[in-house]
Design a protein around this ligand. Structure first.
Ligand code: HEM
Length: 390
C-alpha cells in the first residue's frame, strides 16, 4: 500500500519545478505561447488553441476521464449532484450511467446528433451514503464536516451521485449534461444541485480566476499521482478510484478587487500579473516561506493563502485542484472548487488551516459542499460501479 508522503523542502522544490515545467510543456504542446514572469500578458491565443473541441478522450480505462486527463482541463463545465430514491439499486443505476457516458463520448448519443463530442469527459462519483451502505470503513464513506464561512442550504449539501461534464464546446457540454441528467432520472435519481463553470487560460498556459490571479500552479507531479491521487488495490473495490471535494465558493469581488494591488498579492502570496511567488523566482519556484523583509516580517505574509494551503504548513499531501470559475449573476460569482486526492483529510486539514487564518478566505462564502468517491474506471466488460456494487 503506498502511503501519501509529505515531501521535504528539497523534494518540494523539485516537485514544484517538475509541476511547473510539466504545465509549461503541456501548454507548449497545445500551441499556447509561453511567457516568462517578466513578460506582459499576450493579447491573443494561437489558431491551434482556438481549434474547436479538442481531441477525443477515451471514457474507458483503469480510472475515469476528467481527473488527470486531459492534462489541461477543458474550458467548460457542468456539474450535477443527484440523489437516488430509496430502493434503487446503485449498481444497476451506475451501470446505466456508464452506458450513457460511453454513448456520448463516442458520438453515439442521439442527444448530441449533429455535434462533435470533441474532448468531452464525464466523471461519475458516489456520495458517502452509498459508499457507507457497502462498508462504512471504505474510503469515501465519510461525510465532509462543517467549516467556517458556510451558508449552505440543505439541498446544496452532500448528495448521492456526482456527474461532472467537461469539454471545450459549451454546446456539447450543455447537451451532455442534459443527456446524463435524463439517464440519472431514468435510473431513479433526482437532481439536488448543479453548477456550470468555465476556465480561462492566460497566454502562459495557466488558468486565471475571477480575481485575475493564476490558479492551479502548484499541482502534483505525474510521479506523485500514485501516492497523492489514486486509491490502490487495498481494498480492491476502490482501486483506481479517488476522492473528490466540490465546494461552491462565492467570492466578494467588490471587497477583494477594491483592495490595492499589493494587498491583493499579499492575500494570495503571489504576484497577480505573473503568478510568481512574492518571495521571488519564476512562477515554478517554490514559495520561500522563511524569507523575511528588512523589517523582520515574512515576505510571504503569515495569512497569505498560498502559505496557509502549502503542504509544508498543512502537513498533508498535494491535492489535484481542477476548479472552475462561475458567474450566477452580479451577486453570486466565484470558484467552483474541485479537488481530487486519495485521502479526504488532505482537503479537511487544509481547509481547517484556511479557516483559522487566511486573508483570501475572508472574502469567500461556501454555498454548496459535497464529497464523492470517484469510481474506478470502467470498460465494455466492466460496468461503471461494478467494483463497488457487485
Ligand atoms: C475562492 C476560493 C479560492 C481561490 C480564489 C483560490 C486561489 C488560489 C491561488 C491564486 C493560489 C496560488 C496559485 C496556485 O498555486 O494555484 C492558490 C493556491 C492553493 N490553494 Fe487556493 N483558492 C481558493 C480556495 C482554496 C481552497 C478551499 C483550498 C483547499 C482547502 C485551496 C487550496 C490551495 C492549495 C493547496 C494551493 C497551493 C498552495 C501551495 O502549495 O503553494 N484553495 N489558490
Amino acid at each position: 500500500v503506498s502511503k501519501p508522503t509529505v515531501p521535504g523542502p528539497t523534494d518540494r522544490q523539485d516537485a514544484v519545478s517538475r509541476r511547473g515545467l510539466l504545465s509549461l510543456a503541456t501548454a507548449s504542446a497545445t500551441g499556447l505561447a509561453l511567457g516568462g514572469c517578466t513578460q506582459q500578458a499576450e493579447s491573443s491565443l494561437s489558431a491551434e488553441v482556438s481549434a474547436p473541441f479538442g481531441q477525443r478522450v477515451p471514457a474507458y480505462g483503469p480510472s475515469q476521464a476528467g481527473i488527470d486527463r486531459p492534462p489541461i482541463p477543458q474550458s467548460q463545465l457542468e456539474l450535477g449532484v443527484f440523489d437516488l430514491a430509496d430502493g434503487v439499486s446503485p449498481g444497476a443505476a451506475l451501470a446505466k450511467l456508464g452506458e450513457a457516458v460511453s454513448d456520448v463520448v463516442s458520438g453515439r448519443s442521439a442527444r448530441l446528433a449533429g455535434t462533435e463530442p470533441g474532448d468531452l469527459t464525464i466523471t461519475i462519483g458516489v456520495g458517502p451514503r452509498l459508499v457507507a451502505a457497502v462498508n462504512p470503513t471504505l474510503p469515501g464513506a465519510a461525510q465532509l464536516p462543517r467549516f467556517a464561512r458556510e451558508r449552505i442550504a440543505a439541498s446544496n449539501r452532500d448528495g448521492d451521485v456526482m456527474v461532472q461534464v467537461c469539454g471545450s464546446d459549451p454546446l456539447a457540454v450543455s447537451l451532455t449534461s442534459g443527456a446524463l441528467a435524463d439517464a440519472v432520472h431514468a435510473a431513479g435519481g433526482a437532481e439536488r444541485w448543479s453548477q456550470g463553470g468555465f476556465r480561462r487560460y492566460g497566454s502562459d498556459g495557466y488558468a486565471l480566476n475571477l480575481l485575475g490571479f493564476r490558479d492551479g500552479i502548484v499541482q502534483p507531479a505525474p510521479s506523485e499521482l500514485a501516492a497523492e491521487l489514486w486509491l490502490d488495490d487495498a481494498p480492491q473495490q476502490v482501486a483506481g478510484a479517488t476522492i473528490a471535494v466540490v465546494r461552491r465558493l462565492r467570492i466578494d469581488l467588490v471587497s477583494f478587487l477594491g483592495m490595492p494591488l499589493t494587498d491583493q498579492e499579499s492575500a494570495i502570496g503571489r504576484h497577480r500579473a505573473t503568478g510568481c511567488p512574492l518571495s521571488g523566482g519564476s512562477v515554478t519556484t517554490l514559495l520561500d516561506l522563511g524569507a523575511k523583509t528588512q523589517e523582520g516580517g515574512y515576505v510571504v505574509p503569515a495569512t497569505a493563502h498560498a502559505r496557509r494551503a502549502d503542504p509544508g504548513v498543512t502537513g498533508v499531501g498535494v491535492m489535484l485542484r481542477r476548479g472552475y470559475n462561475y458567474v450566477n449573476g452580479p451577486e453570486d460569482q466565484g470558484l467552483l472548487f474541485i479537488a481530487f486526492h486519495r485521502e479526504l483529510r488532505t482537503f479537511t486539514e487544509t481547509q481547517y488551516q484556511l479557516d483559522a487564518s487566511d486573508a483570501l478566505m475572508e472574502h469567500t462564502l461556501a454555498t454548496a459542499s459535497a464529497t464523492f468517491l470517484v469510481l474506478p474506471g470502467f470498460g465494455p466488460d466492466t460496468p461503471l460501479g461494478s467494483h463497488l456494487f457487485a
